[in-house]
Design a protein around this ligand. Structure first.
Ligand code: URA
Ligand code: SF4
Length: 203
């Protein structure tokens, strides 16, 4: 499969892109997922936050960051002084990738590979071209690699603006799910908020 490129309508706005993305077959992930989870927020948003891929709840509801990671992100944005109305939220990969251990009912998140990130990138490019935000925030390594390049290291460069040739100013931080998994959740959360405050200062 040749990636999302051929499914992206030229000159479309966000609603046209969203509609077209619902029928994307640019990689095999559409086969097992419930639906495409496109980005959400205003076309005039000044900041775009990019996650990895929808999770179980996002896949069911068809909206990004509506599960536990999304609740943590909303709280962190609020503490950093970034209004939800100023933010557009999306993912590097727009279908949920998962496995079912022992063929059971439970769906376990599986990290998308470089091939899927590359296949789905035209949707991200199109969303960002329409919105043209002041800052793009990469939430975790998958988003950072999609936005800045394969050599980017979130641990070394988090919280600092870097210039991406395709996307303008990008600030990377950790993924909110990693805060939920962290042994030291309070510290990890405080560091996420600090990075988002650095983003707020750029707006
Ligand atoms: N994790 C993500 O990266 N994106 C979502 O939308 C939800 C959880
Ligand atoms: Fe298309 Fe992206 Fe879904 Fe693959 S993950 S089918 S490229 S929308």
């Amino acid at each position: 499969m040749g990636g999302a490129e051929e499914y992206v309508p030229e000159g479309a706005g966000l609603s046209g892109l969203r509609k077209a993305a619902a029928d994307c077959r640019g990689c095999s992930l559409y086969k097992d997922a419930t639906q495409t989870v496109f980005g959400e927020g205003a076309a005039g948003a000044r900041v775009v936050l990019v996650g990895e891929q929808p999770g179980d709840q996002e896949d069911r509801k068809g909206a990004p960051f509506v599960g536990p990671a999304g609740r943590l992100l909303d709280k962190a944005l609020d503490e950093a002084g970034i209004e939800r109305g100023d933010a557009y939220v999306t993912n590097a990969v727009k279908h949920f990738k998962f496995t079912r251990p022992e063929g059971g009912k439970r769906r376990i998140h599986e990290k998308p590979g470089a091939t899927e990130v590359k296949a789905c990138r035209p949707w991200l490019v199109a969303e960002l071209a329409v919105i043209d935000p002041d800052v793009v925030v990469a939430l975790g390594a998958t988003a950072a690699k999609a936005l800045v390049g394969p050599d980017f290291r979130v641990t070394k460069q988090r919280g600092e603006p870097v210039d991406s040739p395709d996307f303008g100013r990008v600030v990377a931080t950790v993924h909110p799910s990693s805060v939920l998994r962290s042994k030291d959740r309070d510290d990890a959360y405080a560091a996420l908020v600090a990075d988002l405050k650095a983003v707020a200062r750029l707006l």
